[in-house]
Design a protein around this ligand. Structure first.
Ligand code: MSP
Length: 485
């Protein structure tokens, strides 16, 4: 059986999930559901990145022990995805013994290649980014250009990874595998970055106490990115032999902020360790609110579950994935979300399902009978899915939805009911057949809605008790929403 392994980034736990994190996670969920629907054996992993310096600061600020803080936050992240209907099979915490074992095995293999050495590092460090910055990248007053906060000047003895050794192999690999980094604009960015010259980077910290202890050197902890990236191997069961059945990952979905780590550090680490590279890293764009990145530090984060509460998670998923080309940046707008809820969802789709159900109940006594085969060519949808063009795939489905609405307007079943009952039954059967096909295509994107459509027309009868797909927002209980299996 074909397998498919898709991942989300593992998120830092100094903050609660917001709409930006939900975007990556929903996208990965769509891919996972799409491949499951095709009968493939899917592994979909998500998780939290706990060994960051930010965790220590956040635990202190919350007045909690690190053990309590990490557990509580990890639970919040895990349960947020659960409540949002995300279908991840694995949830990786980087403080677990399994993950530590994977990190140690990776370090062992990289050391065996002689790719780790001890040296001294002096540089400006941004805890927000968990990354050293070059002086010329900093804003005036030695501020991080992303977090707009002062960086720390650090000088310490660390272990270094020989990234420079992998400059040419990485360029060769990227050239031979154009699908590896997507979209193309990101690939060009990565290639340009590598061509400017790669420097070895430090993979341990001696000034930090929180993290995975460096094997055989208790004065150092593993650099958080050198540890976090390995989570993808942990999810596949590394270093157990069976991990080879799951690895390599087919798709890492990441935001554009972390491509350097996923498209340069990570493949170099895997090359060094003698492990196959993931088939694709897809970097999507960033959501802004009023032109600003969404983040706790900027004070404009929106909790995705709370936001969806009024409209339902499916509506939020549909808005996020249909409105913006996956890869491009987007401006989040509540007004636009509401407009799309009313037009595309409640009006185009919800009313259509409702109308067909009501007409079958009224004119055919609720009996559906045998359906004609699906009639639409879905090649454009399949092609869009293969390229993760979610907006296009949904656009294709909405062509079918609008086409069916138009068909009903033209065929006028309410008139046929008076003079041509044979044609009436044919038209309505055709409509249900289309709706069942539409539900199948929608399943990866809006699983709860797709299930409701299928349930409405299940077992040869209309089931009115399934209810409206998209009630007026004020009639939805604020915190209650349901997601299909
Ligand atoms: N812990 C690292 C990732 C390690 S993966 C081995 C990290 N965590 S993070 O919590 O900062 O999450 C970053 C990711 O969250 C981004 O790459 C992106 O997937 C998502 N997003 C965070 N803010 C976002 C937006 N405003 N818009 C879209 N996605 C955003 O980096």
């Amino acid at each position: 059986m074909a397998k498919f392994f898709v991942t989300t980034p593992i998120y830092y736990i100094n903050d609660k999930p917001h709409i930006g994190h939900a975007y990556s996670t929903f996208a990965a969920d769509v891919v996972a559901r799409y491949h499951r629907q095709k009968g493939e054996e899917v592994l979909f992993s998500a998780g939290v990145d706990e060994n960051s310096q930010k965790t220590v600061q956040a635990a202190e600020a919350a007045g909690k022990s690190l053990a309590d803080y990490t557990k509580d936050m990890s639970d919040i992240w895990e349960s947020t995805w659960r409540r949002a209907g995300v279908s991840n099979d694995a949830f990786i915490r980087t403080t677990t013994p399994e993950h530590k074992a994977a990190v140690y095995e990776l370090i062992k293999r990289v050391r065996a290649k002689d790719d780790i050495y001890k040296g001294t590092y002096e540089g400006y460090y941004c805890v927000g980014c968990e990354e050293f910055k070059k002086e010329d990248e900093l804003l005036e007053g030695k501020l991080c250009p992303i977090h707009k906060k002062p960086v720390d000047l650090i000088k310490e003895d660390n272990y270094f990874f020989k990234l420079s050794k992998y400059q040419q192999p990485l360029l060769d690999y990227i050239k031979e595998h154009p699908e590896f980094i997507q979209p193309e604009s990101r690939r060009n960015e990565v290639v340009a970055f590598i061509e400017r010259g790669l420097h070895d980077f430090s993979v341990s910290r001696s000034t930090q106490k929180w993290g995975i202890p460096w094997p055989d050197d208790k004065d150092q902890v593993v650099y958080v990115w050198f540890d976090a990236l390995v989570n993808y191997l942990t999810a596949a069961g590394f270093p157990k032999a069976s991990f080879a059945e799951k690895w390599p990952a087919d798709l890492h979905i990441v935001g554009k902020d972390i491509i350097k780590f996923h498209c340069i550090y990570w493949p170099a680490m895997l090359m060094s360790a003698g492990l196959p590279l993931p088939r694709q890293v897809f970097a999507h764009g960033f959501f802004t609110i009023d032109g600003q990145k969404i983040s706790k530090s900027l004070g404009n984060a929106i909790d995705p579950v709370e936001l969806a509460g009024n409209f339902g998670i499916d509506a939020l998923r549909y808005y996020l994935l249909s409105e913006f080309a996956f890869g491009a940046d987007g401006e989040f707008s509540r007004t636009r979300f509401e407009t799309i809820y009313n037009s595309d969802l409640a009006n185009d789709l919800g009313n259509l399902v409702q109308r067909v159900a009501v007409m079958i109940t009224r004119y055919l006594d609720g009996t559906i009978g045998e359906l004609p085969p699906h009639s639409h060519d879905i090649t454009p949808y399949e092609e869009a899915m293969a390229e993760l063009r979610f907006d296009r795939a949904l656009g294709e489905v909405w062509l079918l939805i609008r086409g069916l609405n138009q068909y009903l307007e033209e065929e006028k079943p309410w008139q046929l009911a008076k003079n041509d009952t044979t044609q009436l039954a044919e038209v309505l059967h055709h409509a249900v057949s289309d709706l069942v096909q539409i539900a199948t295509l929608l399943m990866p994107f809006v699983p709860g809605t797709a299930k409701k459509i299928a349930d409405t027309f299940a077992a040869g009868r209309v089931h009115a008790e399934v209810g409206l797909l998209f009630p007026k927002p004020e009639t939805i209980e604020k915190t209650e929403f349901t997601i299909g299996a």
